[in-house]
Structures are given as C-alpha cells and as structure tokens.
Design a protein around this ligand. Structure first.
Ligand code: AMP
Length: 217
C-alpha cells in the first residue's frame, strides 16, 4: 500500500506517518527529515539546501525528485510507503506518477489533513523533537511521558527547527497555498483524494486515517 499524507506545515503528517509505519509496516519517506539529515551530516546536498529550508522556501524540484526516486527504489519500500512532505508541487506529483508507473506501482490513497491556520501557527511555535530519533513533541499538547526523555528512544536532547520561527512559518504557509495546494485537484480528479479533520486529538485523527486505509480504493 502506498500513501501520501498531505497538508500544510504542522498539520501532523509526521506524527501520523510514524503511526502508520508501526501499524502497517510501511516506510515513512519524509523529504524534510531526509534533507535535515543531509544538513546535519554536512553533505554537499545539505549545505546547498540549508539556507532555502531555514527561510521556509522550497528546495528545487529536481533535487527532491532525484532524492525520492533513489529512496523508492530501495528494497524496504517494496511493502509500501507513506510519503510525508512530498509531492509539494505539480511537477513533483507528475514525476511521482512516472516513477510509480516505471516500477508498476500505484498510489492507493492521498490523505489531506485539513487544519485551521491560526491554530497551526500555535502548534508550530511549541513544537520540538528528539535530536536522536526525530520523534516530535509539543510544549503543551504532547510532552514526553517522562520529562526530558524521548518516549521512543530514551534520548535526552531535544531540538527546535529553525524554520518554526514565526517569519519562516509565514513563508511556509504562503508556499503551501501557492505551490502545494494546486496539487489537490490533481488527485481529486483521479478520485483518490480523501480528507480527514486534522484538528482533533492525535488518536482521533489516527482513527480517521485507519478507516480510509482499511477501505477499498
Ligand atoms: P518539512 O519537514 O516537510 O516541513 O520540510 C522542511 C523543508 O524542507 C521545507 O520547508 C522545504 O524547504 C524542504 N522540503 C521538504 N520537502 C520538500 C519538497 N517535497 N519539495 C521542496 N522542498 C521540500
């Protein structure tokens, strides 16, 4: 099963993708996480994209498409994957179709997480993640069970993303409206776009997504 989770920054795509990874044995392919890992390693790619990411703009399509094409071809993706943060432009959506056609794979569901923008700004401002495994938390809504210790890996260091600063958040919303929202009709026309209310509790959103995943295409 191959899925796309769509939605503006802070909609909860990463949190829900991690759940689906555990419940369905799918692989989470989060382009933002891949780019942040490249930046942390100080690789050529990482250095090239860091300033773009920190400003909240999009990395060029060619860079992202090559990165995903290489990742999808790895054996662990054979049982299915969840795309989180990709595609973000119409050319990326078209490139994904080509990649999947070449591999004789299909998209099963494109799930849009619908959210309220003002509430999202609040969510992003309080967001932090485990430096070791990337698990995400929130200062008010989702603190680690033991204070200062990651629930998933036991790590004790946490980080705030540079692009969760208010100026960058605004740029990311603008980019979403202008460049990413136009891919919605692309999937709606094919009848595979489904919508969930992303403003509910994490468990409730997960239930809505599970219902879609369990339904036939
Ligand atoms: P995310 O963690 O998904 O919010 O992504 C963080 C940043 O990485 C974005 O603001 C972009 O700068 C870059 N990025 C991630 N995915 C993509 C993509 N599919 N296309 C272009 N840029 C991306």
């Amino acid at each position: 099963m191959n899925l796309i989770l769509l939605g503006p920054p802070g909609a909860g795509k990463g949190t829900q993708a991690k759940r689906l990874e555990q419940s369905h044995g799918l692989v989470q392919l989060a382009t933002g996480d891949m780019l942040r890992a490249a930046t942390a390693r100080g690789s050529e790619l990482g250095l090239k994209v860091k300033a773009i990411m920190d400003s909240g703009q999009l990395v060029p399509d060619g860079v992202i498409i090559d990165m995903i094409a290489e990742r999808i071809a790895r054996p662990d993706c054979r049982n299915g994957f969840i795309l989180d943060g990709f595609p973000r432009t119409v050319p990326q959506a078209e490139a994904l179709d080509e990649m999947l056609a070449e591999r004789r794979q299909t998209l099963d569901h494109v799930i849009l997480m619908q959210v309220d923008e003002a509430a999202l700004i609040d969510r992003l401002a309080g967001r932090f993640s485990c430096k070791n495994c990337g698990a995400s938390y929130h200062e008010r809504y989702h603190r680690p069970q033991a204070e200062g210790v990651c629930d998933l890996c036991g790590g004790c260091e946490f980080v705030h993303r540079p692009d969760d600063r208010p100026e960058a958040v605004e740029a990311r919303f603008e980019v979403y409206r202008r460049q990413t929202a136009p891919i919605l009709p692309y999937y709606r026309d094919r009848g595979i776009l489904r919508t969930v209310d992303g403003m509910g509790e994490i468990d409730e959103v997960a239930r809505q997504i599970e219902a879609i995943v369990a339904s036939a295409k």
